[in-house]
Design a binder for this molecule. Structure first.
Ligand SMILES: C[S@@+](CC[C@H](N)C(=O)[O-])C[C@H]1O[C@@H](n2cnc3c(N)ncnc32)[C@H](O)[C@@H]1O
Length: 225
């Protein structure tokens, strides 16, 4: 009884924290949108979309994929560069970021919080990608359950996160509210939601001001039947 009251209070705490984070994230990215592509290229040397696109090319990805936290569509642009032809659905909490998407692979775009609602049918997607989104996710178990609800049986989930070994989710940049995640915890969340881990790759992902290079781990997970 005590445990379930505590669980409930932790969950309410997480939801309140997430709501605040999302409001701030939306405002930040709405403001950043006009300069996002230049900033990420020239000041951050951002590389994750290329790694995700290379993985999808290797998997021979096809069909309809969600791009969660799609931003301005850099993952789609990296896929075009590699000749991967997918039908992409962009979802992002910032309408201004979505409005900047010009990549023709994006057939649909939705302004939504990925933790609250994914506006597609149950198990209707061949795969899901998320590059640079996890830094804003403080409840990875809930996030992965949302993804599992929309991926078809045998479908893929390819995403990046900043790994740590602390056993939990931690802020690594208080000013911008960026979070890193324990690698084993993330993999446990995936397995609990019915995914099998098919691969991992780690690489320098972007320069975060004075902190220097931030590593991303990309996980390649497949939903069981
Ligand atoms: C670092 S950007 C990455 C954008 C793009 N995927 C890329 O690689 O360039 C993070 C994006 O995630 C979005 N985002 C953060 N939390 C979100 C949430 N809970 N639901 C939907 N979008 C979210 C932000 O608005 C922002 O566009």
């Amino acid at each position: 009884m005590l445990v379930s009251v505590l669980d409930r209070s932790v969950e309410l705490d997480l939801r309140a924290h997430h709501k605040r984070l999302i409001r701030e994230c939306e405002a930040t990215y709405d403001e950043l949108a006009p300069d996002y592509d230049r900033h990420l290229r020239d000041e951050c040397d951002y590389r994750s979309p290329e790694h995700v696109a290379a993985e999808l090319a290797r998997l021979g990805a096809s069909g309809r994929w969600l791009d969660l936290g799609a931003g301005t569509g850099l993952v789609g642009e990296a896929l075009v560069d590699r000749g991967v032809d997918l039908c992409l659905v962009a979802i992002d909490v910032s309408a201004a970021m979505l409005a900047k998407i010009v990549c023709p692979l994006y057939a649909e775009r939705y302004h939504a919080d990925v933790l609250r609602h994914l506006p597609v049918e149950r198990h209707s997607c061949d795969g899901v990608v998320a590059a640079g989104l996890m830094e804003y996710i403080i409840d990875p178990a809930r996030f992965v359950r949302q993804v599992a609800r929309v991926v078809a049986s045998g479908g893929w989930f390819v995403f990046t996160f900043c790994p740590n070994n602390s056993g939990c989710v931690e802020p690594f940049d208080e000013e911008t509210d960026l979070h890193c995640h324990d690698g084993e915890l993330v993999e446990r969340c995936l397995e609990d939601a019915g995914f099998r881990i098919d691969g991992r790759e780690e690489f320098p992902a972007y320069v975060n001001g004075d902190q220097g290079w931030i590593d991303h781990r990309m996980l390649i997970a497949r939903r069981g039947s």
